[in-house]
Design a binder for this molecule. Structure first.
Ligand code: AMP
Length: 399
């Protein structure tokens, strides 16, 4: 595997770093940031460049304006937040390309920082446009990608822009950490026993992850909608539980189940409902004999106990995806219990890595997020990397 250059490989003295960050943070209706993890995690990269006496230009997207300038998608408000975090004034520029921004960049002094407007106000960004990337390349002499949340996207600032920097391109500390931690699981280098907990609706989006993890993991716990296709393959009755239509993964699953049956753990009992709503009638049944007219919406008490026991003994834990329809309070106990068990195991010395919007949301429900060793800043990009062992934005840095 080729070495990926990081910002530690460069001295930024008198250089202008063009940093692609992902400041697409969640906000409420008053534009108050409800979770600034992505901004906080990018600060070590900014500080290293400042300590080298470099200058910084930050580029980011925010939500999905689809090439149209919309006031509600402006990232101007982020410059105040970042100013407070860095305790220096963060300048803002309303455009990303052209004379105005070039003048502002040229006026930067070492230790100064300029945040540019939302990249996605330009339709060229999502179209991987070469000219747009070329115009952006005029804004710095070292390209730094620290935008883990979008590193799987083939967008101009991710895959094309770095090409204009020849050897002067690298990843930042946030990206380095994400890749390092994910590699730990992917290559089985984490503290043993290694436990992987996967949930969510679509097994097709995680089948390669199971294949990649199974060589090193001690236990793979599978819950949520993902578990029913497996139960069906094993000859169980899943009633009206969710079964993904695309069943291309069946062959791979059969092989895995045959070879690694001791590593894969499924729920033994489930809470079934007679309709897909919070107030539905419920009962607890074996996952292998769900009656017709009933669907499994959460793991049952015996499964919670079994999964928690494995998590408790783990040295490293990776978690992505809820083990039930946690958005319905009556079916959220399983997922909440997983969040609690992982937080407790981490307090006792395990390393935990959690990613994906739903898993992070369920950690927050119980105020457990601060106890987790590392919260990934990208759900889609994390799954992409674990499935493919590479990322378009990383390839662009290596090439
Ligand atoms: P994913 O994007 O594949 O991680 O799926 C997340 C979604 O899976 C959440 O919205 C959950 O409500 C849903 N989910 C989890 N378990 C089940 C289940 N047993 N039946 C239906 N949906 C589920």
């Amino acid at each position: 595997m080729k070495k990926i250059k990081t910002i530690d490989d460069f001295n930024f003295e008198n250089q202008t770093a063009l940093i692609r960050v992902d400041f697409n943070v969640p906000v409420n209706k008053f534009f108050e940031i409800t979770d600034d993890t992505r901004i906080r995690y990018s600060i070590p990269t900014i500080k290293k460049i400042f300590s080298d006496k470099g200058k910084i230009v930050l580029i980011s997207h925010f939500k999905r304006p689809k090439g149209i300038f919309r006031k509600e998608h402006s990232i101007k408000f982020l410059s105040d937040h970042l100013s407070k975090k860095l305790k220096i004034s963060v300048n803002f520029c309303e455009v990303c390309v052209g004379k105005t921004v070039i003048e502002k960049v040229n006026a930067l002094k070492p230790g100064e920082i300029l945040l540019l407007e939302n990249l996605r106000f330009y339709k060229e960004e999502e179209k991987e446009d070469h000219n747009f990337a070329y115009e952006l390349s005029k804004l710095g002499n070292i390209y730094v990608n620290d935008a883990f949340g979008v590193v799987h996207r083939k967008h101009a600032s991710i895959t094309i822009l770095p090409k204009f920097f020849k050897q002067k391109k690298c990843i930042g500390f946030l990206m380095k950490k994400e890749i390092q931690y994910l590699n730990q699981f992917l290559h089985g280098k984490g503290k043993k026993p290694i436990t992987v907990l996967l949930g969510g609706a679509k097994i097709s989006s995680k089948i390669e992850i199971i294949e990649n993890f199974i060589k090193f993991a001690d236990s793979i716990l599978i819950g949520g909608g993902m578990s029913y296709p497996i139960v069906k393959i094993k000859g169980g009755r899943v009633g009206d539980s969710m079964i993904e239509k695309n069943q291309k993964f069946e062959k791979i699953l059969k092989k895995i189940l045959y070879k690694y049956q001791n590593i894969i753990h499924l729920p033994d009992d489930v809470i079934v409902a007679d309709s897909f709503k919070n107030e539905a009638n419920t009962k607890i049944v074996s996952i292998y004999s769900i009656p017709d007219g009933w669907m499994g919406l959460d793991i049952g008490p015996s499964s919670i106990k079994n999964f928690c026991k494995i998590i408790k003994k783990s040295g490293s834990i990776f978690w992505n995806g809820p083990v039930g329809v946690f958005e319905f309070s009556n079916f959220s106990l399983g997922t909440k219990s997983m969040a609690k068990a992982i937080a407790n195991a981490t307090e006792k010395g395990a390393f935990s890595l959690v990613g994906g919007g739903d898993s992070l949301a369920s950690l927050k429900m119980g105020n457990y997020e601060k106890k987790i060793s590392y919260l990934s800043t990208g759900g889609g990009s994390m799954l992409y990397y674990l499935n493919n062992k590479t990322l378009p934005g990383i390839e662009a840095i290596i090439s």
